[in-house]
Design a protein around this ligand. Structure first.
Ligand code: NAP
Length: 315
């Protein structure tokens, strides 16, 4: 009997190679299969445990630790590893990239990834950095799910001179996975994400650390009475330590810039509390409530009350 040859649906990639099969890599694998975005899915990971789990879960057609095997025939290669190792991984895989392949990534920081990866990109290969703005606080191949990118943004930051057709193909790939695609410069991306994602994480890490260190409140009280706001910070502060260490070290300038602005606003808030400026506090809290309303209106969150229960909708 003839061997089964997978044929890519129109517009889909023939073979995608995903490097790093954690939350994001394994979600792309699941979504690419569910939404017919690639005929074949190859997984490449440095960890034998991760590869074994990928095989057990059956989320890729092939799983290997050898770039020569995983990248052979791949017309799309996506780095899904922590930001801090993107340059090193790019160096390792560069000799095995197909001459006209598209190389992309999913890193939460863009300018640093471009600086690390670009020097290793062979001529002819189209390097288009990307960041799907979607995730959870969980890591590893078991954490991924096919619907992670539904109605989430995927930001592409193509450097000057990249082939427009390649950009359109990558945009179409993310659209198939359910994402809305937007294009901007790497520097602008890093500034926007510093305030919408990186700073909130830093605040969460800090407040949970502060509460844990308080001498006059016991740890058990912190946990017992956590429902009053603190609990939501602990969810964010449970995010992967490697990933977040790399984000802060690789988006240093933008994060420090936003932190400076935050610091000034916090001082203003302190003053309002000290002076008993109820009108000032009320005006700010009214403005912030409107932002929450706009986020729900744009479908980026639901208005359903969350009492910490899982809704089981992780697909
Ligand atoms: P993750 O679940 O920890 O997965 C990372 C995977 O990469 C793991 O399987 C890890 O293996 C593997 N890996 C690490 N170093 C490697 C290397 N040198 N060579 C090959 N594989 C290597 O992380 P993730 O949440 O998917 O994040 C991956 C990327 O997506 C990061 O750049 C992050 O900034 C970005 N991102 C994350 C989110 C989010 O919410 N999590 C959202 C958007 C973008 P080991 O486990 O053995 O180290």
């Amino acid at each position: 009997m003839a061997e089964n040859v997978a044929i890519a649906p129109p517009g889909a990639f023939e073979r995608i190679a995903l490097i790093g099969l954690g939350l994001i890599g394994s979600s792309i694998a699941r979504a690419a299969r569910q939404f017919d975005a690639a005929a074949k899915i190859a997984a490449l990971d440095a960890s034998p445990e991760v590869l074994a789990r990928v095989r057990e879960l059956g989320i890729a057609d092939e799983a290997s630790d050898d770039p020569a095997v995983a990248l052979r025939g791949a017309d799309l290669v996506i780095l899904c590893v922590p930001v801090g190792v993107c340059g090193e991984v790019a160096r390792q895989i560069a000799p095995f990239l197909e001459p006209a392949a598209i190389l992309s990534d999913v890193g939460s920081v863009k300018a640093s990834v471009v600086a690390q990866v670009a020097p290793h990109v062979p001529q002819g290969v189209q390097f288009i950095p990307a960041h799907p703005v979607a995730g959870t606080e969980y890591s590893g191949p078991d954490a991924g799910f096919a619907t992670l990118f539904q109605n989430r943004w995927c930001i592409l930051t193509p450097p000057e001179g990249v082939d427009a057709h390649a950009i359109a193909r990558l945009a179409a790939f993310w659209t198939r996975l359910g994402a809305n695609v937007e294009t901007m410069s790497a520097g602008h991306h890093d500034l926007v994400l510093a305030v919408t994602s990186h700073l909130p994480h830093l605040i969460a890490y800090n407040i949970v650390g502060t509460a844990a260190d308080l001498e006059e409140v016991t740890q058990s009280e912190v946990i017992k009475f956590s429902a009053s706001g603190f609990r939501d910070f602990t969810r964010i502060a449970a995010s992967d330590p490697t990933m977040w260490r790399d984000i802060f070290l690789n988006n240093k300038d933008a994060v420090l810039e936003m932190l400076g602005r935050f610091d000034e606003d916090l001082t203003a808030l302190q003053r309002m509390i000290r002076r008993g400026d109820g009108d000032g506090l009320f005006a700010l809290f009214t403005r912030t409530r409107a932002i929450r309303g706009a986020i729900i209106e744009q479908g980026q969150d639901t208005a359903a009350p969350d009492f910490g229960r899982r809704d089981g909708g992780k697909g």
